[in-house]
Design a protein around this ligand. Sequence first.
Ligand SMILES: Nc1nc2c(ncn2[C@@H]2O[C@H](COP(=O)(O)OP(=O)(O)OP(=O)(O)O)[C@@H](O)[C@H]2O)c(=O)[nH]1
Ligand SMILES: [Mg+2]
Length: 377
Amino acid sequence: MSCDVTAAETAPRTIRFIMVGGFLGAGKTTTLARLARHYMGEGLTVGIVTNDQATDLVDTNSLRSQGFDVGEVAGACFCCHFNELIATLGRLDTANAPDVILAEPVGSCTDLVATVVQPLKQLYAARFSIAPYGVLLKPSHGLKILRGEGSGFSPKAAYILEKQLEEADAVLINRADELSPEQMQELVTLVKAKIPGTPVLRVSAKTGDGFEVYRELLGQDGAFGRKILDIDYDIYAEGEAELGWLNASVTISGEEPISLDGFLLGVIGYLKEKLAATGAETAHLKAIGLWEGFFGVANLTSSDGPAELSLPSNCQVKQAEVVVNARVAIDPEELQTLVTASLAEVAEEMGVTVALRQTQSFRPGRPTPTHRLATPV
Ligand SMILES: Nc1nc2c(ncn2[C@@H]2O[C@H](COP(=O)(O)OP(=O)(O)OP(=O)(O)O)[C@@H](O)[C@H]2O)c(=O)[nH]1
Ligand SMILES: [Mg+2]
């Protein structure tokens, strides 16, 4: 028996792979959600991959609650879990055959061009076409680091943010909605002085300003993803290990309905106060609350910023699942004590009880990439 296989059936199909980089709290997840909605609006099928050093991710829960198809690489960054990244991309492909996959690496990771972009280009060229690599600049810490001022982090952690910018095909200065024209101009000038020749875009992941230009860039093919870093892994590893990392999941329950958003903001607000008393700098605190299809997210992206409700649930609940993720320059055990105390205080104030499901707190280990390809294609 012979089969009549048409040209269309045998034509190679590649998935557009778009990775969005940037420091902790820079706006990667917000950007992914915005891009995903846009591409889906154009009739494309979209998959998303999240990534973290541990399980129980606010980002995965938040993106799934927004209706996206999300795969998760947990336990290590994409570079150190490259095979798991490939397996996750494969699962997304098998499930829904996406046209586009959006990927968010861990915000304390760098050297992603040599360890993720180039391996995808060199080993998986038939399956993926790789978009230019955009890196979001977080103004709160970015401005201080680029000015050479104390950012609250050590120079080794600041080194990671600088290396992230260096390997970008384009730097996206985020939060344009909040910056004064003078602040924006200063950031543009500092980035251009640091990495001459790299395009600098002004965007707001929150409002969508500047995204037309960004999407145009993402559609281009050419000599992108080729900036292999000259990087010192000792400094990188020590900078990353400075961070206390915590992922916790709890169930809250009570007799009377409470404001889910109030609970989330309360936890982040109390934690902010407690961390301020220790002098520890916050990279990102986030908490998601989930109950029966409702969800809300609260965040804090720097010690001097406000706790904010990025995605309100507007709902009253007697019960909810709450996930807290904290990345702070502090001892992880101390961080765990402060998170537990903040949860307990808000719970008592609001008349609910907290049952701990799982907590992981640690300092990220030294990155040991699966591949590191120093000669770009
Ligand atoms: N005002 C404003 N807020 C923003 C913008 N982009 C992101 N945010 C807020 O910044 C916070 C962090 O955004 P995320 O998208 O979670 O940042 P991230 O880079 O994914 O953070 P990590 O995954 O922890 O590294 C949230 O409260 C967002 O609502 C923006 O353009 N403008
Ligand atoms: Mg994120």
